[in-house]
Design a protein around this ligand. Sequence first.
Ligand code: ADP
Ligand code: MG
Length: 267
Amino acid sequence: MPSTTNERACAAAASQPMIEARGIHKTFGRVPVLRNVSLTVGQGEVVALIGPSGSGKSTFLRCLNHLETIDRGFIAIEGEALAQTDAAGNCTYVSEAEVRRICRKTGMVFQHFNLFPHLTVLENLIEAPMVVRGMARDEAIARAEVLLDKVGLRAKRDNYPARLSGGQKQRVAIARALAMEPDIMLFDEPTSALDPELTGEVLRTMRALAQERMTMLVVTHEMGFAREVAHTVAFMDQGELLETRPAAEFFGSPGHERSRAFLNHML
Ligand code: ADP
Ligand code: MG
């Protein structure tokens, strides 16, 4: 077993990438939001995607699971192409059915939880497995209970989201994403909407997932989490991915002037 963070990152990169994004371009109207962004995430790798507000982090994440389309570039999930671009610059996606199937390999957790407010915690967890995967209700419930144990919220199974704290809501959102058994978890600032005293419980849940070798791409402003849990840090600014490096190296000496300025501001 690789022991150091660095060795783990190298081992992860050597196997088939879980996420491969190459040369992604994306424009909103006439504003370029992603400019030639490339990132590879290996199996079991935890990548922290950091950078100033408005740099394109959320847009990039949303492109990976087709919540946004790209204008140009290549995206593959576990070796299966989602979108590709020919030499003439025409970008094409695979069929809708294929897009849905491929995107089911990723689960996403949003800043604002996005739980269904009219459903209980348990119902939030069983909805997609039953509707999308056709799972029997009993099985969906049994699995949901295991996941609620895992995030420490079994006791809240019959509560509505409005009765939960922000940290509890986010742990439910993580469990709900896991209920679809994704191979990759995408997190978009999962603690940014939380009071500081509630971020710890969410970060602990994420750390436990990382320890189970879940492949994770995490947009975060939590530099402590990035330093301790992520193998790799990717720094974005103004639509460009300026550096992607092992976390220890990045925090030891960021290679780009703008990464340095950002870190000085954050730490
Ligand atoms: P980050 O997550 O790093 O803060 P975003 O990906 O949310 O950055 O945004 C990158 C840029 O794209 C910003 O300038 C933002 O205003 C713009 N943007 C994001 N979503 C949209 C949209 N749906 N329509 C137009 N502009 C958008
Ligand atoms: Mg964002």
